[in-house]
Design a protein around this ligand. Sequence first.
Ligand SMILES: NC(=O)c1ccc[n+]([C@@H]2O[C@H](COP(=O)([O-])OP(=O)(O)OC[C@H]3O[C@@H](n4cnc5c(N)ncnc54)[C@H](OP(=O)(O)O)[C@@H]3O)[C@@H](O)[C@H]2O)c1
Length: 392
Amino acid sequence: MVRAFAGRATVDTYASFLDHRRRPVRAQIVRRVRRSARTVSADGGGSGWRRYGYSARALVLVWAPDPPIALLGLVGVTALTDARLPLGWLRFLAAMAPVTIVITGASGNLGRLTAAAVAERVPPSELILVTRTPEKLAAFARRGATVRPGDFAQPDSLPGAFAGGTRALIISTIGGSEAAARHAAAFQAAAETGVQHIVYTSVPNPVVDNPFPPVAVHRASEQALRGSGVAFTVLRNALYADLRADLAAKYIRDGRWTTNIGEGCHAFIARRDCAAAAAGALTGHGHEGQTYEITGPELVGRPQFLGLLEEASGRPVACIQYDDREYEAYRSAFMSDPGNARFFELFTGTGRAIRMGFLNQLTGAVRHLSGQAPLTLREVIAQRRDTAGTAS
Ligand SMILES: NC(=O)c1ccc[n+]([C@@H]2O[C@H](COP(=O)([O-])OP(=O)(O)OC[C@H]3O[C@@H](n4cnc5c(N)ncnc54)[C@H](OP(=O)(O)O)[C@@H]3O)[C@@H](O)[C@H]2O)c1
């Protein structure tokens, strides 16, 4: 695989060459080919590009006022081999067109991680971060990203927030039917503003019978997205391993874990990996019309989780198994205890959904979208323990 990445140096070479002839010359990269195997693979490994027989580094515009001249050129073309060249060229040039990526909910945990992951793949100047609290994203603004106010509950704020965006990640919000209405408003505003591809974060397996509490909101939201008329990608994120790791620390301290998941299991995923998958969907190609179950690398049930707790604590941890009624009483006591304010215990309906097998998806979508292997729950628990240790 060739990692093609046209930097300033290429443009400077063009500019200084023409400057040498004493013309005031300007040059800029119109489009950089991203550093992904999909777009720049020279060995063809799984790449759609190889089928069209070439790869290139950048589309560069060079111009001079006196005498007026403008040149548009591809830099670093490495292969031109295929008979379907004209169609290939059209596709290639379309893919080289400037892309501006909007991320909503950008000051949240997932929003920040996704913004950082996208900024590793495209220049920050191609990023528009939308948030209700722009001041929290000052560091991204300093790096060159555009930060704009936007609130799904204030539809008037949305056209300005999405303006100029070609692709958008709409990060779901928490709530009941009002959340579904907020998401629909965001899809509509993005569509009307000219966004060509919407990526949306949903929940696993949002079928009617699934008792996982947020399913109804996300079923309605996915339906609204499909009806928006815009190309879409749905990322159905599994339960966050980060939240599970926080709870693991609590269970270890208490020496007991209370649950209603029975013999069910779930492939918890690190937020970091949800962000990497979202960045892949936003910057890659061929994800339009796709719905991905974004899962961790392995299913974790009661024996595996208990094993992780005991491994991390170095001593036995009791597992208390409740039915849904008993668990609901336990959970309400847990959540109303001020000492547990920073934890979020699984809803009774979440445990029931795991127990009934509604949340047992296991896919390779993270690797497919991002090229990276997702973290195991064990790794996330260890990372959080290290961070807590460093902080203390
Ligand atoms: N997979 C899981 O286990 C899991 C768990 C909890 C939640 N979730 C879902 O995943 C989403 C992202 O997770 P997270 O950890 O990043 O949550 P988070 O840190 O709480 O961030 C949620 C983001 O939603 C945005 N938001 C809230 N109300 C909004 C509104 N009216 N208009 C526009 N944006 C609004 C906020 O953006 P600004 O403050 O920047 O405006 C906030 O940053 C959550 O919102 C929720 O839908 C998934």
